[in-house]
Design a protein around this ligand. Structure first.
Ligand code: C5P
Length: 223
C-alpha cells in the first residue's frame, strides 16, 4: 500500500513548518520543507553573484545547484553543492530575494520534479510524508490524502516570525511578510491560492500543539 501524503500550504509565518514537522514526528512520517528548496537555490544564485532580478540569468542556471534535502523531521538538513546551508538560507538577504527566484518557471519545474521524487521515495520507504509550501495542494501533490490551507492573522504571523528571527521591529517584519505574500500570490506560475478541496485552518487562536493534533486527527481519519 502507498504511504500517505499530507499537503500543507499557506502564507509566510502561518506555522506551516512547525505544524508539518510536529505531525511528521508524531506519525513517523518524513517531512519536506519546499520553501527551504527555493531558499537554497536563491542562496546559491546570490553566492554566485547572479542578478536575481534577471529572469533569463536565473532560468539558465536553475538546474546547476546540487540540492540535497534531508527529510527527517528531527533534523531536516539542507545542502547545496555539499555545503550545509540550513542556517544561511534564513538570512534577510535570501528572504528578501526568494520570491523573485521562485517566480521563475524553470526554477519551479526543477524543484517540483525533485519534490515529487522525494514524495514517491517516502511513500515507498516509510508510511508517507508531510509536505509544506505554497503550491503543494495545487501543483506538487494535488491528489494528497490530506490537503490543508493554514492561515493566521498578519499580526500573529509577524509575531511568530519576529520570535524566530529575533527581529526588534514587528511592523517591519509584518510589512516584509505581506510584501512576500503579495508576490507569491500574484505570480503567473503556481501562485499561492486556496483550492475548494483544501481545508482552511485559521490558527491565530490555537497553540502549536492544538494545530498539530487537528492535522494528526485528519491524517488518522484519511488512513
Ligand atoms: O516557506 P518559506 O517562507 O521558507 O518560503 C520561502 C519562499 O519560497 C516563499 O516566499 C515563496 O516565494 C517560495 N516558495 C514557493 N513555493 C513553495 C514554497 C516556497 O514559491 N512551495
Amino acid at each position: 500500500t502507498e504511504g500517505i501524503v499530507i499537503a500543507i500550504d499557506g502564507p509566510s509565518g502561518s506555522g506551516k513548518s512547525s505544524t508539518a514537522r510536529g505531525v511528521a514526528r508524531s506519525r513517523g512520517l518524513r517531512y519536506l520543507d519546499t520553501g527551504a528548496m527555493y531558499r537554497a537555490v536563491t542562496w546559491w544564485m546570490l553566492d554566485r553573484n547572479v542578478d536575481v532580478g534577471d529572469t533569463a540569468a536565473v532560468a539558465e542556471r536553475a538546474w546547476l545547484p546540487e540540492l540535497d534535502m534531508g527529510t527527517d523531521p528531527a533534523s531536516p538538513a539542507v545542502r547545496v553543492d555539499g555545503a550545509d546551508v540550513a542556517h544561511a538560507i534564513r538570512s534577510p538577504e535570501v528572504t528578501a530575494r526568494v520570491s523573485a527566484v521562485s517566480a521563475v518557471p524553470a526554477v519551479r519545474e526543477r524543484l517540483v520534479s525533485q519534490q515529487r521524487d522525494l514524495i514517491a521515495e517516502a511513500q515507498r520507504a516509510v508510511g508517507g510524508i508531510v509536505v509544506e509550501g505554497r503550491d503543494i495542494t495545487t501543483v506538487v501533490a494535488p491528489d494528497a490524502a490530506v490537503k490543508i490551507y493554514l492561515t493566521a492573522s498578519a499580526e500573529a504571523r509577524a509575531q511568530r516570525r519576529g520570535n524566530e528571527t529575533q527581529a526588534q521591529d514587528l511592523a517591519a517584519t509584518q510589512a516584509e511578510l505581506l510584501q512576500r505574500d503579495l508576490l507569491d500570490s500574484n505570480r503567473a506560475d503556481s501562485p499561492l491560492t486556496r483550492t475548494e478541496d483544501a481545508l482552511e485552518l485559521e490558527t491565530s487562536g490555537f497553540t502549536l500543539d492544538e494545530v498539530i493534533a487537528i492535522v494528526v486527527g485528519l491524517a488518522d481519519e484519511a488512513t
